[in-house]
Design a protein around this ligand. Structure first.
Ligand SMILES: [Zn+2]
Length: 332
């Protein structure tokens, strides 16, 4: 397994990291943050590889040595990864304790020890507390990388002890060119639709394209557009969803309700989160009750939170949201 190629939009945070290292003052803890779909986790692995590589160059890890191979495979003995056991669940507190313990031990190779926590916002209070001692008294030659697209959810005690590096969304042309290289068989307008659906994040656009998610997104939109007329059919769309599909659907719905409010205020399509859907969203404008839209937006946010943090069933949560839109009911 090889290390992934560096991504063009990682250049700014990478240079900040490399400069600190070259100056002999690498941070002990880094918070890589930015929207989902930018490859923040890949950047974290390149940082780990740069420190663990047996023949690092100025531009980064060599990508060819044994250490780089082990980092790419996630099996380097001096690299610890902590992540949820399945997407959407919390990072187990035991995984964070294990990570803290291993950062406190001497390295296998006599060099750096690196730990990556992703997504860091999935730490609960106990897990964050288990990490605090590591952050307060980092050992020599240790790097802890926290990866998060919701850094505001991290406890301030954790956030304030990290060197923050923002991973930016690339400009439209960089994103288009990268995606076209990855997906040469996909037509230009389909690439543009995928990038629009991904809010400009190229890796998210790639997975939307590869996994047929654009069709899924279209089905969710149609369900919402039709919910007022046929809430039962709109609810049935979720029949074979897993929790991840529900979270995607609710994420889209939250963005679209904001877009709808923008359209109602007279905004043009190019300022929307999903400009490709402007024409479809405009069909909801006639007779739109803004206070109802506002309540609905709150309802979707609550459902997202429940989907993330509770064991509530996937289909009941979705049906509840569709019924709320159909009935325009009052917020409880
Ligand atoms: Zn190497």
């Amino acid at each position: 397994m090889a290390l992934p190629e560096p991504l063009p939009w990682h250049e700014v945070p990478w240079r900040a990291f490399a400069a600190a290292r070259a100056a002999g003052r690498p941070p002990h803890a880094v918070l890589l943050w930015g929207p989902p779909g930018l490859g923040k986790g890949l950047l974290a692995r390149r940082m780990a590889a740069a420190l663990l590589c047996e023949a690092p160059a100025e531009a980064g890890p060599c990508g060819a040595c044994r250490a780089c191979g082990l980092v790419a495979a996630g099996t380097h003995p001096d690299l610890v990864l902590a992540a949820p056991e399945e997407p959407g669940r919390p990072i187990p507190v035991d995984a964070v304790r294990e990570l803290a313990a291993r950062l406190a031990l001497a390295s296998h190779g006599g060099g750096w020890r690196v730990a990556i926590l992703e997504p860091a916002e999935r730490m609960n209070v106990a897990a964050a507390n288990a990490l605090l001692k590591t952050l307060e008294e980092p050992g020599p030659d240790t790097l802890l990388v926290l990866v998060s697209h919701l850094p505001g959810r991290l406890p301030p005690t954790v956030r304030s002890r990290c060197h923050r590096l923002r991973v930016p969304v690339p400009d439209a042309e960089t994103a288009r060119r990268w995606l076209a290289e990855r997906l040469p068989e996909v037509a230009e307008d389909a690439l543009a639709a995928a990038l629009a659906a991904a809010h400009g994040a190229p890796l998210l656009a790639e997975s939307l394209s590869r996994e047929g998610r654009l069709a899924e997104r279209a089905a969710v939109l149609e369900a919402w557009l039709q919910a007022a007329r046929d809430p039962a059919a709109a609810g049935a769309v979720a029949a074979d969803w897993d929790r991840a599909a529900l979270e995607r659907a609710l994420g889209w719905l939250e963005g679209w309700s904001v877009d709808l409010a923008r359209l109602a205020a007279g905004a043009s399509a190019d300022v929307l989160g999903s400009p490709d859907l402007a024409a479809r969203l405009r069909t909801l404008l006639e007779g739109l009750d803004l206070s109802r839209l506002h309540r609905f937006h709150g309802r979707v946010r609550r459902a997202r939170r429940l989907a993330r943090e509770s064991q509530a069933g996937v289909q009941p949560l979705w049906e509840d949201v569709m019924l709320a839109w159909a009935g325009g009911e009052e917020e409880a």
